[in-house]
Design a protein around this ligand. Structure first.
Ligand code: GEK
Length: 246
């Protein structure tokens, strides 16, 4: 097991130590990332595992798969383990050099399918011949005015019968529901050992960089980008995952 997998996320624990004001995916975050995301995102392990199950069903012979905003490549690795058709390439892309550097070093038991790790901005990456594209908790970090352009580009690079897996933190238009879901998310973090100070400091750091939208906004944008349908397949509190089809 890599050191990264054992490192505990205590980045916001010590009030004397001030991490960057706005949250960034730097070396410190890459080091603790598996622990951070498991303890912060309800349903993360299920979504990653089911990304593999979806890949086993939808990935087509001779096509490309993209893991956009791959971090340490959990979704790419899950897809690679489940794909059972020949001549597939997986392209795992992240603009954090520290994430990609670590992801490349993760040992694999099964390297039937090569994963091409790429440090790049997903706004600048060409999408071609794709049968599956994954945006697991990445679109939420893309500036709002660029999201439609990105989805259009993804859609244009997809083959007939392809799917996009879109997992996001969402907000709810109904204020009471929004409060309830946020409270449950905080309870989830407390249950995973984060204290009130850590939760509130992390929330402030993410405020300007993680911009959640409603499920309806995602559906509308996916339709505008040319997807024929979008089905919600998973939700836990204010975290959802959808499958959009060409
Ligand atoms: C997982 N999908 O483990 N271009 C490339 N990467 C980006 C960009 C961009 N413009 N903006 C943000 N990122 C992963 C988890 S984490 C989610 C994804 C979270 C990257 C960023 O560097 C980070 O690694 C990732 O998107 C978001 O299944 O931390 O909540």
């Amino acid at each position: 097991m890599l050191m990264s997998e054992r490192s505990i996320d205590d980045l916001y624990r010590d009030p004397e130590q001030l991490p960057a004001e706005d949250f960034v995916f730097d070396r410190q975050v890459a080091r603790v990332f598996p622990d951070m995301i498991r303890r912060s995102v309800p349903g993360y392990a299920t979504v990653v595992n089911m990304t593999g199950v979806l890949a086993g069903v939808w990935v087509q012979n001779g096509s490309n798969c993209y893991d956009l905003g791959c971090s340490l490549g959990a979704s790419a690795l899950s897809m690679a383990a489940a794909i059972d058709v020949p001549s597939v390439r997986i392209l795992a892309i992240d603009n954090s050099a520290e994430m990609i550097e670590r992801a490349r070093r993760i040992p694999r038991d099964d390297d039937r399918i090569a994963i091409e790790w790429c440090c790049a901005d997903i706004m600048e990456v060409g999408i071609v011949n794709a049968s599956m594209v994954v945006l697991n908790y990445t679109l939420q970090f893309i500036p709002l005015h660029l999201r439609l352009e990105l989805l259009r580009r993804i859609r244009a690079g997809m083959r007939p019968g392809a799917i996009l897996v879109l997992s996001e933190k969402v907000r709810f238009p109904d204020a009471t529901e929004e409060r309830l879901q946020n409270e449950m998310h905080h309870a989830f973090k407390r249950a995973n050992g984060y204290n009130e100070l850590e939760i509130s400091r992390k929330r402030s750091a993410l405020e300007r960089v993680l911009l959640p939208e409603s499920i309806a906004q995602h559906r509308e944008r996916l339709a505008s980008a040319g997807f024929s349908r979008c089905d919600l397949w998973f939700r836990c509190f204010n975290f959802v995952s959808m499958v959009a089809r060409v």
